[in-house]
Design a protein around this ligand. Structure first.
Ligand SMILES: Cc1cc2nc3c(=O)[nH]c(=O)nc-3n(C[C@H](O)[C@H](O)[C@H](O)COP(=O)(O)OP(=O)(O)OC[C@H]3O[C@@H](n4cnc5c(N)ncnc54)[C@H](O)[C@@H]3O)c2cc1C
Length: 417
């Protein structure tokens, strides 16, 4: 039987591998790190004496490919979240608090009710969503919805930065719209917020590895692909430095590595190469903190440095996206700046700062601008037996877990057909 070699054991590679195994194909995975998960992983931190995630990941019930993936690997019970589609926010500059809560159907009746609207906004402000829906491919979020006013500051900007990991001034309007359409546009059932119950690895990675092993897949860690050997338009061997893997004429490869690695292995392919950082700070409190608004496990923050706050047990974590400037600061300074926001949001003492671990992901995602959107390739490459996957490929979605899974499945599907 032919083998599909998958290079990269991030979510995209794992989604491709599990999809192909479920379809009865033989799979071998090669991963350069000593572990799977890539940008979606958990690790034990000695300062906190806790297992933490590299970054808080917020998922939504409308992420259909993600839900299918979790069912496939038997981990659908590993996500948890509130029973209401509700997104609580606090404005740190004036203390006002509100909750964005879509109603059941696709028509957003909630914007008609002043008590449900974001403070300071009118019904008419919300018509800016129509401009997002009809934005051209080269429009940024600010060009589509305008870059001023309470609705921008308290809704569009935090949403754009969180979804695109790119400032609203440069982020692609069309990409943001696709997420709004697939989630808010389908009403509350598609917008239930979900987070990993114990950790990202326990939810997305470990069950996938168990599934791979149970289905006979081979996985090799600490195996970095260094070069691709080819004859004509076919790959003939994979050069891992100490090991050379020769390919049969019926074998295929799925390259599920980040864009910089893909372009160095395959010079000439188009890829979005500019990236933005995400910074997370994890604080261990003395005991579990008071619940955030309405007992929700997360809170959106406006008007400070921290943008989102998550609570899991006695760990409070904050996320800052599009954080290239912040990532240049020392970890002590980041802890100081972001704890000040947590203290205000949760009404906790400003000092002393609790034990903290800062994680800087400098290349968290590609910069999701209109120009980058044009550079995302599909799953097929110029080489007939080599396919591309990864959150940066042309999934039609931003660089997210949902996008990474769809990319892996699109590449797997292209191999199989
Ligand atoms: C801090 C942070 C917060 C995030 N928050 C969210 C969120 O809230 N919601 C959401 O949906 N998404 C979020 N994301 C995005 C999500 O994590 C990514 O989209 C997804 O993990 C990307 O998966 P991938 O498989 O495409 O890439 P990667 O995870 O980068 O996987 C690529 C793999 O290839 C390996 N590799 C690289 N080069 C080679 C080589 N030469 N040979 C062999 N292997 C190689 C790497 O080690 C890696 O394991 C976040 C990301 C970060 C970093």
């Amino acid at each position: 039987m032919s083998t599909v070699h998958i290079v990269g054991a991030g979510i995209a590679g794992l989604a491709a591998a599990t999809w192909l195994l479920a379809a009865g194909r033989r799979v071998a995975i090669h991963e350069s790190a000593g572990h799977a998960g890539g940008r979606c992983r958990s690790f034990f931190d000695e300062t906190l004496d806790r297992t933490i995630d590299n970054g808080n990941h917020l998922l939504l019930s409308g992420n259909v490919a993600m839900m299918d993936y979790l069912r496939r690997i038997g981990a659908e019970d590993q996500l948890t979240g509130p029973s209401r589609a509700a997104f609580p926010f606090v404005d740190l500059s004036d203390g006002s608090r509100w909750t964005v809560e879509p109603n059941a159907g696709p028509i957003p009746w909630w914007i008609l009710l002043s008590g449900r609207r974001i403070p300071g906004t009118s019904v008419f402000d919300h018509f800016s969503a129509l401009n997002l829906a009809t934005a051209n491919a080269d429009a940024t979020v600010v060009e589509a919805v305008g870059g001023e006013g309470p609705l921008f500051r308290r809704f569009w900007e935090p949403l754009a930065v969180a979804v695109l990991n790119t400032p609203a001034e440069t982020g692609a309007a069309t990409l943001l719209w696709r997420v709004v359409r697939e989630t808010f546009g389908r009403g509350a059932t598609a917008c239930l917020p979900l987070i990993a119950r114990e950790g990202l690895s326990q939810t997305f990675i470990e069950p996938a590895l168990t599934y791979l092993e149970a289905n006979g897949a081979k996985i090799a860690f600490n195996r970095r692909l260094r070069a691709i050997e080819r004859e004509g338009d076919a790959v003939t061997a994979l050069d891992f430095g100490d090991v050379d893997v020769s390919l049969d004429s019926t074998d295929s490869i799925i390259l599920a590595v980040p864009p910089a690695a893909a372009t160095s292995l395959l010079p000439g392919i188009e890829a979005p190469l500019e990236s933005h950082a995400i910074v997370n700070a994890h604080f261990r409190l003395e005991g579990a903190p008071a619940a955030v608004i309405g007992g929700m496990p997360f809170l959106g923050l406006v008007g400070g440095v921290a943008q989102w706050l998550f609570v899991r047990g006695d760990i409070v974590s904050i996320t800052v996206s599009a954080a290239d400037a912040l990532a240049e600061e020392s970890t002590e300074r980041i802890a100081e700046l972001t704890w000040a926001d947590v203290a205000v949001a949760l009404d906790l003492p400003a000092s002393p700062i609790p034990p903290c671990r800062v994680v800087k992901e400098r290349r968290a995602t590609f910069a999701q601008t209109p120009a980058a959107e044009m550079r995302r390739p599909g799953p097929r490459s110029p080489l007939g037996n080599l396919f591309l996957a990864g959150d940066w490929t042309n999934t039609g979605l931003p660089a997210t877990i949902e996008g990474a899974i769809r990319s892996g499945e699109a590449a797997a599907c292209a191999v199989a057909t």
